[in-house]
Structure formats: structure tokens, C-alpha cells
Write a protein that binds this ligand. Structure first.
Ligand code: APR
Ligand code: ZN
Length: 376
């Protein structure tokens, strides 16, 4: 049986206030849990959202962080698939391998471990494995990677090739897999096709990378912020459109550019108007649109049903439709085989002691991904 560890963690004590690096106690892993030594983590918009007052997160103090890479340090009762020393990516949405979703070939919405931002403790007993002077600190998305050590459910840890550089592949824990998978697993563009990507943040650029890898011949980036266009060209985006430059809906602009509509579109903004445009810009007869961005709670999708009768398809996707444990090791192999590029997503790096700088870079819109190096 493992013993408690005292380690450095970046604790979010209050919404919008800098994280405080301090010593916390990490309890041993319980039934079906593993304790991980985190080596690298990166900052994603979802961490920022739950840190920011507008995220209305009621669970403080909390250890945020959900993109990371680490090594199994100890395992709890019942864990047979992982052992100390295994390299893993913690994943915010899990795979129990037993429920109807996990058994379905189509779904990754695991009944037991599907993403849940309201949960602040572990599934086994509802309790936290983190504490500071005896006071519990909440978990985040079942991962809490902003800590030298964390405890996760075994179903939320994907075992990967130990030769894969964790400082690079850690970005596959969330955003990059989400965008890349939405294209390659859900939109599935054919070689030579035209793909529109709405939103050129990390997720949209990863969707564009998926289009590039699929052999799309035209990749049209759509964004309201023209500062995104130069960088997007480095990600295989061939043309850029700013809806603000036109006095008609962007779906009409795209239809004119493409002889009636794009073959595939991937929406990576989280804004309802972009979602509707992303659907209405696909070609009738065969066009497929995939929604990826997370909309506000009260959003309503409105379109004329004829858009469906004309044989357009609308789909949605969570985590690129990847089953985290079964599929993510294969995505890591794609990187190792140079089929998928990750290094271009990593624009910044900071030591753990400067984690708040990563928040500044993201707030200023300066970075795609900032890697945070743990300092064991
Ligand atoms: N049309 C086109 N582009 C838009 C629109 C719009 N109506 N609204 C916003 N954008 C652009 C922004 O200018 C920005 O460049 O979408 C981009 C979104 O990028 P980021 O904010 O960096 O977000 P990212 O991390 O890529 O995530 C995208 O996926 O995971 C979800 O919640 C996340 O909904 C978000 C989305
Ligand atoms: Zn399941």
C-alpha cells in the first residue's frame, strides 16, 4: 500500500486570482485509481474558463489542469492494466471498457467516466485525494494535472509508448486530439476535398491539421480575428475568410468560393452563429458539418429543415470521438511516425514555478499551447 506524498501543486484558491504553488498532501490511490507523477502539463482554455469568474465554478480551492503527461507511481486495488513506471496521458473523459458506450464502436461517452466538470472528488468515494493542512482541495475533470503528483481513475489514463516525448505528446490529452479527431474520425474528408474550419484557435488548427493529413486540397479558415490568418497558413490553411469583410452571410461567401459549398466543415468556435454557418456552408448532396466548440447553455440551433432534406449532414463530436484508452496510444504513434505534427502547436514553455505566466500568454491570445515543466 502506497503512503501519502507531500508535493508542490498550483492551487486555485479563488476565481481569477493567480494560482498559488504550495505543498499539498496527495493520498494513496484507492480502488481502481492510479497515482501519477506529472512531468509536463499544458494550459487549455477550459482550465482558464473554470478559473475565470465567468465560469461560475463553485468548487474552490481546486487544482486545475487536464492536459498532461506523466508516469504511474503507484496503483490502487483492482488495477491490472497499469503498473508503476508506465507512461500515460491523463484524459478528462474516461473509458471504463464495460458500459454500453464503451462497448459500442461509435461512442466515447462512457457512462461511468464521461467528462463532468461539476465533480470535485473521486468516483470511488466522492472524496478528494488532495488536502492542505487537513482541508480538502477539489479535483478538476478527474485529472488535476497542475500538481507534481495526482490521482486519477484508471479509466482516465491512456498508456502510451514510453519512447514518446511527454513534453510534446501531452497536448494530445485534450485540445489537439479534439480538433484532429473531429476531422479524421467524424468529418472524414476524402483526398482532394475542400474543408472549411471555423475558428483558428488550437482546436481549429488541429482540425486543419486533420484536413492536411487527410489530403484535403483546399482548407478554408474562417475567423473574425484576422491576426489568426498568418499562423493558420503554417498549419496548411490555404485560404482565409473573415466574415466581417463581407456584407452577406459567410456561408454564401463560401458557397461562391467553392461552386456550391464545401465538402466538409468543422466548427471550432463555440459560437452559435458560426455553428449555423458551418452547417449551411456545406454542399448539398454530400456535405458534412461537425460541431466541436462548446456553446453557451441557452444556445439554440436554428436552420431551415430543407437544409437536411437537401442531404446535408450535421454531426457533433466530443474529444474527437476518440476512446481515450483504446485510441490515444495510436494517435501518439502517428506522431512518432511523423504522420501528425505536434511541435508547431507548442509556442511557449515555462517552469512550474511560473505557471501564472501561461495564463497571461493565453489571456493575451499569444500562444497556441504553453507547456509547463514540472520541477521534480
Ligand atoms: N466566426 C468565426 N470565428 C469565430 C467566431 C465566429 N462567429 N467567433 C469566434 N471565432 C474565433 C475566435 O476569433 C478565435 O480565433 O474562434 C477562435 C476560437 O479559438 P480559441 O478561443 O483559441 O478556442 P480553442 O481553444 O481553439 O477552442 C475552440 O472548442 O474546446 C472548445 O470550448 C472550446 O468552444 C471552444 C472551442
Ligand atoms: Zn464506459
Amino acid at each position: 500500500m502506497a503512503s501519502p506524498l507531500w508535493v508542490a501543486a498550483a492551487v486555485a484558491w479563488e476565481a481569477g486570482k493567480p494560482l498559488v504553488i504550495e505543498e499539498v498532501e496527495v493520498a494513496p490511490p484507492q480502488k481502481m485509481e492510479v497515482r501519477l507523477k506529472i512531468l509536463f502539463t499544458s494550459l487549455c482554455h477550459t482550465d482558464m474558463y473554470f478559473w475565470d469568474p465567468k465560469g461560475q465554478n463553485p468548487l474552490f480551492p481546486r487544482i486545475l489542469g487536464h492536459e498532461g503527461g506523466g508516469i504511474v507511481e503507484s496503483v490502487g486495488e483492482g488495477v491490472t492494466e497499469l503498473a508503476p513506471g508506465d507512461h500515460v496521458l491523463p484524459v478528462f473523459t474516461g473509458e471504463c471498457k464495460e458500459c454500453a458506450h464503451c462497448k459500442s464502436e461509435d461512442s466515447n461517452m462512457c457512462e461511468l467516466l464521461c467528462v463532468n466538470s461539476d465533480r470535485g472528488g473521486m468516483i470511488h468515494d466522492g472524496k478528494s485525494r488532495f488536502s492542505s493542512n487537513g482541508k480538502p482541495i477539489y479535483h478538476f475533470l478527474g485529472t488535476s494535472t497542475f500538481s507534481e503528483y495526482t490521482v486519477v481513475h484508471v479509466g482516465c489514463a491512456a498508456k502510451i509508448n514510453p519512447r514518446a516525448p511527454l513534453d510534446k505528446v501531452c497536448v494530445l490529452s485534450c485540445g489537439i486530439s479534439t480538433g484532429f479527431g473531429a476531422t479524421v474520425n467524424v468529418a472524414k474528408p476524402e483526398r482532394g476535398s475542400t474543408v472549411a474550419v471555423f475558428g483558428l484557435g488550437a482546436v481549429g488548427l488541429a482540425a486543419a491539421e486533420g484536413a492536411r493529413v487527410s489530403g484535403a486540397s483546399r482548407i478554408i479558415g474562417v475567423d473574425m480575428n484576422p491576426n489568426k490568418f498568418q499562423l493558420a497558413k503554417q498549419f496548411g490553411v490555404t485560404e482565409c475568410v473573415n466574415p466581417k469583410d463581407h456584407n452577406k452571410p459567410v456561408q454564401e461567401v463560401l458557397a461562391e468560393m467553392t461552386n456550391g459549398g464545401v465538402d466538409r466543415s468543422i466548427e471550432c468556435t463555440g459560437h452559435i452563429d458560426a455553428m449555423i454557418s458551418a452547417f449551411e456552408c456545406v454542399h448539398d448532396g454530400w456535405g458534412v458539418a461537425v460541431l466541436v466548440g462548446v456553446p453557451p447553455n441557452d444556445a439554440v440551433f436554428k436552420t431551415n429543415p430543407l437544409n437536411f432534406l437537401n442531404e446535408r449532414t450535421l454531426k457533433g463530436s466530443c474529444f474527437g470521438n476518440y476512446k481515450p484508452r483504446s485510441d490515444i496510444p495510436g494517435v501518439v504513434e502517428k506522431y512518432m511516425n511523423k504522420e501528425l505534427e505536434l511541435d508547431k502547436f507548442i509556442t511557449h514553455q515555462v517552469p512550474f514555478s511560473e505557471i501564472n505566466k501561461a495564463f497571461d500568454y493565453m489571456l493575451k491570445g499569444e500562444c497556441i499551447r504553453c507547456i509547463i515543466r514540472m520541477e521534480h
